[in-house]
Design a protein. Structure first.
Length: 60
């Protein structure tokens, strides 16, 4: 996946993402989903932040 910085409105971004998704074949969609799942694993946390137990606001 290419890393490009884009300057666009939310509406433009949503429309572009929809068009990109519709242009993919079923096979490409499945591979894209697997890649997304793999990338999200980097953000997984096994333990809770200590401030969560204190009732403090925690941004994840």
């Amino acid at each position: 996946m290419e890393q490009i910085i884009r300057f666009e409105t939310k509406e433009e971004s949503n429309e572009r993402r929809i068009q990109e998704a519709l242009a993919r074949t079923g096979h490409e969609r499945l591979l894209f989903f697997f890649q997304l799942c793999e990338e999200l694993q980097y953000f997984a946390q096994d333990e809770q932040h200590p401030n969560w137990q204190k009732g403090n606001f925690v941004v994840k």
